[in-house]
Write a new protein. Structure first.
Length: 180
């Protein structure tokens, strides 16, 4: 068997397993849809969003400030940048910020599915584990509280890097197409 014969690209995997990925999407959205119309929390959200001047300026100077200065005594520039992108679309309407967190959590569940499918080569173990991850109550705070976007965002980057590394281990080379 040739090196590339056993590999599937992402579109083939999604077309083959789209129903399971769609079930993940529906289950997680069905669980978290009630959090979408909630207002901002009165804890950290006013500091991160309502009174944060960095969100309003995504020019080069504004990006420099986002990446060079801590906000609320924390340094999470990608989180603040994602709020800035939300502000450009939704301004100060909490719905969009909550929606962004839910979409990131759904992405994380799909990445868990892809990662475990790659590790175990078993569709059902991967699907049930991803469903368990997506619906587990430990994630509620990170998904529904806008100020905790750093958790769902860093999880997406972590899972993506693990997945890329596993595919790199299959056949390391300088240039590569992502094949799933």
């Amino acid at each position: 068997m040739g090196q590339n014969q056993g590999k599937k690209n992402l579109t083939e995997l999604i077309s083959k397993h789209w129903t399971l990925i769609f079930i993940l999407f529906l289950a997680i959205l069905g669980t978290y849809y009630q959090s979408l119309p909630y207002p901002f929390s009165t804890l950290d959200d006013p500091f991160y969003i309502n009174s944060n001047p960095y969100l309003r300026d995504l020019s080069w100077k504004g990006l420099y400030r986002i990446f060079s200065q801590p906000i609320v005594a924390n340094y999470f520039p990608l989180q603040i940048l994602s709020y800035g992108l939300d502000y450009q679309i939704w301004h100060l309407h909490p719905f969009g910020y909550h929606l962004h967190n839910v979409v990131l959590h759904i992405l994380n569940a799909v990445l868990v599915y892809l990662l475990l499918k790659k590790i175990f080569s078993n569709t059902w173990i991967a699907f049930l584990s991803a469903l368990f991850f997506g619906l587990h109550p430990v994630n509620v705070e990170s998904v529904t509280w806008v100020a905790e976007r750093k958790n769902v965002l860093s999880m997406a980057l972590l899972l993506s890097s693990f997945l890329c590394y596993l595919y790199y281990l299959d056949a390391p080379r300088k240039t590569r197409r992502f094949e799933f």
